[in-house]
Design a protein around this ligand. Structure first.
Ligand SMILES: Nc1ncnc2c1ncn2[C@@H]1O[C@H](COP(=O)(O)OP(=O)(O)OP(=O)(O)O)[C@@H](O)[C@H]1O
Ligand SMILES: [Mg+2]
Length: 256
C-alpha cells in the first residue's frame, strides 16, 4: 500500500472562531476510514479544505505526492478527489444523466470553444462522456432515473445520484460527508452494503464523516475523532469506542 493523502498541521480560523487546530492525518491507497466527532467539531471544515472549498489558515495537504494547497475545487477533482455533501447538492433542474455528464466534462476540462463551435472533436468527447455517465448509472442501478429530475426522486435515490455523480469523475479518493444523514435504519443498511461494494468495484479510497455509528463501526478500518477542532483520538473502531476522551465528548449522545 502507498500513501495517497497526507495532511499536516491544518488549521482553520473563521474570524474569532478557531474551527480546526493542527489537524494531521494520513490515508493509504484503498483504505476505507472515518472522521467522527460531535456537531460543530470541524469535520466538514476538513473536507471543505481538502476539496478546495476553503483555503486553510495553516497547514499542508499532499495528494499522491503533490501539494494541493490553494488549488481550486475543479483542479482538485481533476487530480482525483471527489466528494458528496452533507446537504445534497445536485443540479435539480437538470436530468440525472446531465448531472453526471456535467460533472465529468468539468473534470476533464473540455474546451469552451469546442463547445461553442461544436467541432467534430467536441462531439466525440461528448459521446464518450455520455457513455461513461450511462455506464456509472447502470452500475449504480440508476438507469431508470437517467431522464428524471433529481428533485422528483425519493431522498434515498437522490443520495445515490450524488454518489454516482462523484464516481463519474473517476476519483481515487472519495470524500463522503454524512452519506447516511436522513436515512432510516433499513436504508442505512443498504448504504453500508453499497459503500462496501463501491470500495471494491471502483478500487478507490474512501474517507467518510458519519453520525450513524452503525455505519461507521461496520465500514471503517480506522477512525479519527475530533472535538472542538482538535484530534482527541484515533484508532480502530473498537479502540475509539472505548476511549475515555471520546466517551466524554459524546456523553449524552445516544448514537455512540
Ligand atoms: N464558512 C464558515 N464561516 C464561519 N464559520 C464556519 C464556516 N464553516 C464552518 N464554520 C464553523 O466552524 C465550526 C465547525 O463546523 P463544521 O461544519 O466543520 O462542523 P461539523 O463537525 O461538520 O458539524 P456537523 O456534525 O454539525 O456537520 C462550527 O462552529 C461552524 O459554525
Ligand atoms: Mg458537517
Amino acid at each position: 500500500m502507498s500513501l495517497l493523502l497526507e495532511i499536516s498541521g491544518l488549521s482553520q480560523r473563521f474570524g474569532g472562531l478557531q474551527a480546526l487546530t493542527d489537524f494531521s492525518f494520513q490515508l493509504e491507497e484503498h483504505e476505507l476510514v472515518g472522521l467522527i466527532g460531535p456537531n460543530g467539531a470541524g469535520k466538514t471544515t476538513v473536507f471543505n479544505i481538502v476539496s478546495g472549498f476553503y483555503k486553510p489558515t495553516e497547514g499542508n495537504i499532499i495528494f499522491d505526492g503533490r501539494p494541493i494547497n490553494g488549488l481550486r475545487p475543479h483542479q482538485i477533482t481533476a487530480l482525483g478527489i471527489a466528494r458528496t455533501f452533507q446537504n445534497i447538492r445536485l443540479w435539480h433542474n437538470m436530468t440525472v444523466l446531465d448531472n453526471l455528464r456535467l460533472a465529468r466534462s468539468a473534470k476533464l476540462g473540455y474546451s469552451f470553444w469546442g463547445a461553442v463551435l461544436r467541432t467534430r472533436r467536441y462531439w466525440k468527447e461528448e459521446r464518450a462522456i455520455e457513455d461513461r455517465a450511462r455506464e456509472v448509472l447502470e452500475m449504480m442501478n440508476l438507469t431508470d432515473c437517467a431522464e428524471k429530475l433529481p428533485k422528483n426522486l425519493p431522498y434515498g435515490l437522490q443520495r445515490r445520484v450524488e454518489l454516482a455523480r462523484a464516481l463519474t469523475t473517476d476519483p481515487r479518493l472519495l470524500l463522503l460527508d454524512e452519506p447516511a444523514a436522513g436515512l432510516n435504519s433499513a436504508d442505512a443498511d443498504d448504504l453500508i452494503r453499497f459503500i462496501r461494494w463501491i470500495h471494491d468495484k471502483f478500487k478507490l479510497s474512501i474517507w467518510l464523516i458519519e453520525h450513524q455509528m452503525k455505519v461507521v463501526m461496520s465500514l471503517c478500518q480506522h477512525l479519527t475523532v475530533i472535538d472542538f477542532g482538535c484530534v482527541i483520538a484515533s484508532g480502530t473502531p473498537e479502540e475509539v469506542r472505548n476511549h475515555p476522551g471520546v466517551i466524554k465528548a459524546y456523553l449524552g449522545d445516544e448514537t455512540l
